[in-house]
Design a protein around this ligand. Structure first.
Ligand code: 0VY
Ligand code: ZN
Length: 257
């Protein structure tokens, strides 16, 4: 993240707590997952996503990430099962990535940093609306998918070409985000926070063990996005990941042995 004041992100991540006290809480994200400390929980069932491709609306460069938003005015695209109780509505997905393939993910697995990490943000409608869900420990569920770079092509996000600069938005319809899921449904889960201010501790994280593969040109497209608007100098949108946060005694559970 930028060292200068930008879009309300005052200074770097180490300063966020000065304006957003939750950023120094005991349940912050991301964290490193160390397999030796993970506890397999046989009661963790499979998670299920039933997404309606018609719910996809637009793709946007907000200067901090590339985001696809979905219609979440009713239970149209939902995630259920796994560690969750009830159906959580898909609201948006976005990514975090690095300036080179050897880093970029927010969560780190046994010391491994992936080139990027995709987040699918869902919220619990029992709390009325998204703003209300942010105030609840079971308010939000984020599925995290790691991206590794390989020759193999996977269409992660067509349409990135139309949102080169901050503020650019383009239609993004008839898109079923479940095409992004890897084969295996294995996951880790723990309780944490948003990785951007105000860093509310309302998230049940569901991190998929198997990364998906993207091609070098897909990564180049992501790295060609600019943090700045179209009439400003190009400022490459890269390294929009938050550094690791203390685990503070939390236990990460796995659905697999
Ligand atoms: N930080 C966030 N998601 S994340 N990186 O924690 O999944 N968000 C901020 C507003 C909505 C999503
Ligand atoms: Zn994110």
């Amino acid at each position: 993240f930028d060292r200068i004041a930008r879009n309300g992100l005052i200074w770097g991540p180490d300063h966020w707590h000065e304006n957003y006290p939750m950023a120094k809480g005991d349940k912050q994200s991301p964290i490193e997952i160390n397999s030796k400390d993970v506890q397999h929980d046989s009661s963790l069932g499979p998670w299920h996503a039933s997404y309606d491709p018609g719910a996809a609306k637009t793709i946007l460069n907000n200067g901090r990430t590339c985001r696809v938003v979905f219609d979440d005015t009713f239970d149209r695209s939902v995630l259920r099962g796994g560690p969750l109780t009830g159906a959580y509505r898909l609201r948006q997905l976005h990514l975090h990535w690095g300036s080179s393939d050897d880093h970029g993910s927010e969560h780190v697995i046994d010391g491994v940093k992936y080139a990027a990490e995709l987040h699918m943000v869902h919220w619990n409608p029992k709390h009325g609306n998204f703003a209300g869900a942010l105030k609840q420990p079971d308010g939000v569920a984020v599925v995290g998918i790691f991206l590794k770079v390989s020759g193999k092509y996977s269409r992660i996000l067509q349409g990135i070409d139309n949102i080169k600069t901050k503020g650019k938005e383009a239609p993004f319809q008839h898109f079923d985000p479940s095409i992004l899921f890897p084969k295996s449904r294995d996951y880790w889960t723990y309780h944490g926070s948003f990785t951007t201010p105000p860093c509310e501790e309302c998230i049940t994280w569901i991190l998929l063990r198997e990364p998906i593969e993207v091609s070098p040109d897909q990564m180049a497209k992501l790295r060609s996005l600019s943090k700045n608007g179209e009439n400003e100098p190009v400022n490459p949108l890269v390294d929009n990941w938050r550094p690791l946060q203390p685990v503070k005694g939390r236990v990460v559970r796995s659905s697999f042995k």
